[in-house]
Ligand binder design. Structure first.
Ligand code: FES
Length: 213
């Protein structure tokens, strides 16, 4: 009499191999989700219009007069300065080593280049002065007295017409610094991009020319 073939009973649950597949699949899905999240996070702009790190638009009416005290923008942490060393006064004047005139408008970062204190404009002495360690700067941000290691930093500045078209924009110079820009006719507003900052150059202290350091 033929022996009946034993039939294996179906296993309950999942095998070890299937379990490992599931773990591997879940890990892969989690990793992909995290990676996608990171890519989206990096793609989102860090700053919105009008926040520090973003663009600040200022009416041309708020521009200071030529070689007059600077105008502060507290939210954007910058000063607007309007310079012309061909019309010198007690605020802005050519230093002996400046062969070219300095003419135009600049957006100067409000943080001292020494150790990061917030300096202010002093109407009595007609210069920027830092309360922490005494650095002093001319209206355009060039150092008059140390210990600051360099000229004040500047932000990228654009001149816009009534339709928002860019008529002029600051371009980095040979020192990789934003020089003052001449404001073209037809400009109705200025845009300061606080996400684009250039460090000031290490120019000679102005006080050395008068033996007054
Ligand atoms: S932080 Fe301004 S002089 Fe030191």
């Amino acid at each position: 009499m033929a022996k009946a073939k034993a039939v294996a009973a179906p296993k309950e649950g999942i095998s070890r191999r299937e379990f490992l597949y599931y773990i591997w699949g879940a890990s892969l899905a989690l990793f992909t989700a995290e990676l996608t999240g990171l890519i989206i996070w990096f793609a989102i702009p860090r700053f919105r219009e009008g926040e520090f790190g973003g663009n600040f638009t200022v009416s041309i009416d708020n521009l200071p007069g030529i070689n007059e005290p600077p105008v502060a923008n507290a939210e954007g942490r910058f000063w607007l300065v309007n310079l012309d060393t061909t019309q010198p006064n007690g605020l802005m004047y050519p230093a002996p080593d400046e062969t070219e005139p300095i003419i135009g408008v600049a957006a100067v970062y409000k943080v001292c280049t020494h150790l990061g204190c917030i300096y202010s404009w002093n109407d009595a002495t007609t210069r920027f002065e830092c309360p922490c360690h005494g650095s002093k700067y001319r209206l355009d941000g060039r150092r008059v007295e140390s210990p600051a290691p360099r000229t004040l930093d500047r932000f990228e500045l654009s001149a816009l017409d009534a339709d928002g078209n860019v008529l002029a924009v600051s371009e980095p110079d040979a020192d990789d610094f934003y020089p003052a820009i001449i404001i073209p006719d037809g400009t109705v507003s200025l845009q300061v991009n606080t996400g684009q900052k250039k460090n000031g150059p290490q120019e000679t202290l102005i006080c050395t020319f008068t033996d007054n350091c």
